[in-house]
Write a protein that binds this ligand. Sequence first.
Ligand SMILES: Nc1ncnc2c1ncn2[C@@H]1O[C@H](COP(=O)(O)OP(=O)(O)O)[C@@H](O)[C@H]1O
Ligand SMILES: Cc1ncsc1CCOP(=O)(O)O
Ligand SMILES: [Mg+2]
Length: 268
Amino acid sequence: MMKDDRSPGSMLDAMRAQKPLVQCITNFVAMNIAANVLLAAGASPAMVHAEEEAGEFAAISAALAVNIGTLSPSWMNGMRAAAASAGASARPWVLDPVAHYATTFRKRAVADLLALRPTIIRGNASEIIALAGGESRGQGVDSRDPVEQAEAAASQIASKYHAVVAVTGEVDFVTDGARGCRIEGGSSLMPQVTALGCSLTCLVGAFAASRPDAPFEATVAALAMFAVAGEEVARADDGPGSFSWRFLDALAAIDGAAIDKNARVRML
Ligand SMILES: Nc1ncnc2c1ncn2[C@@H]1O[C@H](COP(=O)(O)OP(=O)(O)O)[C@@H](O)[C@H]1O
Ligand SMILES: Cc1ncsc1CCOP(=O)(O)O
Ligand SMILES: [Mg+2]
C-alpha cells in the first residue's frame, strides 16, 4: 500500500535503529504507561513539562508530544514553550486534545496550541468531532461516538491546520486532508486500560521523530503497531489488568516484518 521504506514495518525498524528522544508533556495518569510503551517500542521517552525547562528540552528532543489531560496554568506555559521551540527547530510535534470540549479552560488551551501548528493531532472520535465544531457525545475523557462519524471532521481539521489527523477507536482513521487511510485491529479492551490513547500519541511522536519527512506514514505506522499488538494480546481473552502488561510485552516482541505481515491498513 505504501512505498517500501514507508511501510509500517520499515518505519518501526527505522525508529528502533534511531531510538529517538521524545519529550512527552502528557498527564499524571499517562506518564508511567506512556514511558513504558515508548521504551517497549524502542524509543527514548522523557517526561519534561516544567515551564522553566520545557522549551529548552524541546530543542534537544527529536519530537514532542503535548497532551492536556491533567492541565494547569503552569503546565500550559510549559506546553506553549515546548511547542514553540519544536516549531522553531522544525521538529515534529503531536497534540492530544483530551476532553477539550469539557471546559472553557481546555477549549482555550487547545485553541492556543493549535495556533502553534502541531504536525499531527491524535484524538478519539468525540474529541475530533468537537474540534471541527460538531456536536460530540463524549463523556469526560471517553469517546461515545463512532470513528466513521468523525472522518469528515478529521479531513476538515487536517486541511484547516495543515496537519495530519488521526482518529482512533474500533477502526482508526488517518488523513492529511488529501489522503485517507483506515487501520483495523486492536481490541475492545484497549479503552478499558487508562491512558493507552495518550501513550499512542507519544508513540506517534516517536515514529514522526524518526521520519519527520513523512508524518502521515509515521502516524499510520504507530497506529498499525498498536493495532497488531492489541489484536495479538486480545487472543489471551483475559481482562484489562493482564492486557496492560501483556501489551507492553507484545510491543517489545513485535518487529517490522510482523507488522507488515499482520497490519490491516487500507488506503482510501
Ligand atoms: N473498540 C475498539 N476495538 C479495537 N481497538 C480499539 C477500540 N477502541 C479503542 N481502540 C484502540 O485503542 C487505542 C487508543 O484509542 P482510543 O481508546 O480511541 O483513545 P483514547 O484513549 O484517547 O480515547 C487505539 O490504538 C485504538 O485503535
Ligand atoms: C482518566 C484521565 N483523566 C484525565 S487524563 C486521563 C487519561 C486519559 O487517557 P486516554 O485518553 O488515553 O483514555
Ligand atoms: Mg485520549
